[in-house]
Design a protein around this ligand. Sequence first.
Ligand SMILES: [Zn+2]
Length: 467
Amino acid sequence: MGPLRETILIICAAGGVIVASTGCVRSRTWRLGGAPPPASHRAEADGETNVPVGSWGAPHESHGHSAPTSTPVRPALPDQLSFLFITIDTLRPDLGYTGYERPVSPNIDELASRSIIYERAYSISTYTAYAVPPMMASRYPSEMPRNDRHEARYFPKNVMLAERLHDAGYHTAGAASHFLFSRELGWVDGLEKFVMTGAEGNTSSGSGIDYRHTSRPLADSAIRFLENPTIVSGKFFIWVHFLDPHKKYLEHPGFSNFGKDPRALYDGEIAFTDFHIGRVLRALAASPAADRTVVILTGDHGEAFGEHGFFYHGRHIWDEVVRIPFLIYVPGAEPRTIARRMSTVDIAPTILDLAGLPADKEARGESLAPEIFGGELAPRPILIDQPRNPNYPPKRGFIEGPYKLHHAIDTDTYRLFDLDLDPGETNDLAESQPKVLANVQHSYAEFVSRIVEFTPKRTIPYPKDNP
Ligand SMILES: [Zn+2]
């Protein structure tokens, strides 16, 4: 994926927009599919695993060591800064701007051309119900009060991003098409206006929402919000969750031009969704709020197409399941591409920071604003958290430096991959690199020791897990 490119940068904070620095940072950038880093950088990366993670897993107030390694001057942001948040279900980072060969995303690519791009972004979890509400709360699903269903209901004590913004005087509005987003499940708490949109298509009645097209009515709802003077005359947060790329992969006349195999049909769903995202972006461009609106676009999780003998998402923590795109357009911020791996746990603190609001005190993520405005943030570990549920065994992934640890909790077994040398996760290093394994396990244990798990009350049987 992406053009062959390797860049080794030595960045020392000096001049320009960078006015304060705590040191000189060596930043490595190479795209998936590109050449691996030279041996000299492998040694450095190996060394990183000896650094204890300290309070990385701790709640927000104790993140003292996470100071950015360079602090840019933040430009004055427009008054009444507002937010258009676009989430797309089941969205792999295989898009035009990342070098994907099929022309599936001209509108997302245009947004990317003026955005800050995180080219290695990770979801918090492996499927919608453990990925979306945790993203809105900046917490891990294991620790969030919820019920025991696959379609998890999150209890009101969870503080969602829209609640924070609404409390701060934002108009909050959202649209989705899947019943998971219905108000009683708690995911959309804080949205003063919420529309569960209809569907299009000629499948028989009773078919699931995945068997019908939803992007057009979703985009229509978002456009109506953007054309609503009550909403856009002030500060607003508009969130729309697109669903069409989710299986079942449907055909869309004019968009499903890549063939009939599952991946080709999936790509047609992406192209169809992108078309309707383009309509929303054009509505924003025509709005008087266009020059004061941040646009964020991401996915809730990826999709497997047999890379590890597995299709769909959920259950497994391979990169094809948990990597997603992440773009943020901020008026006045220079477009750039950032290679540091990031997690969607950082999205809510970033939006709150840009809004001039403190992160929630229980937030696990941190604001990306220093990086958005040209600075550098230190690499931070990434946790992928799949709690036990009726369908999936508990698993966690932990990424530190180039290493990704897979932990199957029920069997207490580990795998270890070097994502820089082996982005396809084909060469398990757990036996051949015991020292590296021990170091990463140590960091992982410290990280997760600070997460207090919430165990949902069992109201349904959980079948014997099959890891
Ligand atoms: Zn999903």
